[in-house]
Design a binder for this molecule. Sequence first.
Ligand SMILES: [Zn+2]
Length: 594
Amino acid sequence: MAKRKRKSATEAQALTHGPVLLRWSQHVPSTDVQDPLGLALRGSGRLATLLMFCVTSITPRARYFSFIPWCVYDWQRREKGRSPAVGLRDAIITREKALVLGSVAHHDGKACVGGALVGSDALIAWFHKSQSEAELKKLPFAKYPAVGAYINSLVNLGFFLETAGAADSDDEEDAVPVAFDDLELSPLGTRLAEAYDEVVGQLTAVRELADPRARVSMRSLREFGKRGGFCELASPASRDRSVLRDIFFSRPGTGDKSHRVRKESLLLILELSRQLSVLDVRVGDSAFSSAVYFDQVVTEAGTTVDILWPPALADIKSRWRMFYFHHYMSVALEGMFAWMVAQASAQGLAGVSIDELIATLDEAAANRFASESCGGPASRWFGRSTPAMFFAMQSGGGTELNALTSRALDKELRASHKCAEDQLESILRLKEHSESQTGLAASLLLLGVTLARYTQWDEGPYGRWLAQAARDPYVDLVPPVLTRALSRRLDNWWTQPWNEIGRFVLSRYVVQQHQSMSYEKTAAGDRCLLQVEGSRIIASGSYDRIGMGNPRLRSALRILSDLALLRETTDGATRLTGDGTRLLDDELSKLADQ
Ligand SMILES: [Zn+2]
């Protein structure tokens, strides 16, 4: 596969270690800077690909997975080889337009509930012109039709025979153009297409849209939307629904490891929804992360609920826990980045030095924050204290950070403890974080608690699984890489002052990392928000998008609802449906038997 070529670590190193003498001619708009430390692309993104293969952040609607194979099927039957020739890609887009417009008509001019379809906006505006007929080829549509987003996942799910352009990654970043006209449906793809065709194949709209002029009456489009639409998949009359369930849950019994891992991730979501059903809690980013990380969920009313995972899901739960170790480390480092950019920007061209930034750790505000909000000992010198001193109460007071200390801390700092990761994350996500005098202290504490809690896993199989996400340990930062680098650089970092930890992390993993990343993306480094001149760091603009979270989870939840395994109640709670309960029980007992 021809992946987009990226510079090697040595090249990046050569670039960042040389004298960096950039002069800005204009300020970089901060909206242009994404993933400033590479933590999403090179960490979360890779882990999410392993955990939720084929359910990407841009593929949230289940029915596209049967609709697009059907487009190929219908094109082959009605249009392929016709003169003048109609290419497959154009044929799919014509059908996409028909279905989206049909769905808008079916919903009386509104977008689908639970996620508008790609291209809805343009077609809603057109719909309100009240035409009786649509000339599909001339209709306005999305710049990027849905087929482009879904195609890699469809290839990876085995809907096509292996031909040119086969993808081995479902990551949107690695997307490779697929040679459309060579696509041939596999037996599985055909089964799915035929199931969808049973629902829509006889409709007038389907016949009319394949005509060279592709003029379709609104009346028949509305019928197409009513039968073949995305919300309508939930109905038992949708023949493709059971085929899709089998595929997402890898139930033809085939599928390699990545498909089985996805199945287990989906079961994990269903199981959590079952346990939270009784409490009327919505399953989203925060409940899911807390449940896999702490085995606890805290409700809006402040009640802590213990989650008891079935043994069959212990493995997948631990992998997701590793994902969130990376997540919290990312929030800490990006929190430092955002804070540093704000502090340096405020000083204009004079900039700031690392020493000045570190000095904030011993100021009154940081001391107050550390002792009051985190329950640490009242100290006049937070920066001069060490993690071992700071967490002495929670970790058993050991001067060595090992599995024992790590487990003690893990047991003590549960969900919503003032010094636990979820609470520190919400502080770092507050708007005032980057302006605040305690920004560095809060970010450092989050980093410290995350890495200390992670330590018990470091030597085991899950730590190794997490470590393999780093292909290039110079620029790919995941918790095992940082833990080792800290130990190498600072010996036993647990007993080193926060000042020293902060100094190393800021210079190596914030400033230098950001510079490496901006050169990776553009040779000119013009996505760089920080400029280093001697000991001064100069910045302009701001950065406020801390931590990418878990965008694939949102797609998975949508897909499970589309498949009628989950439903959201009117007051926003997530419930398992009867079918969801049966499927979950069935799959859990199969897993337990393995
Ligand atoms: Zn709909």
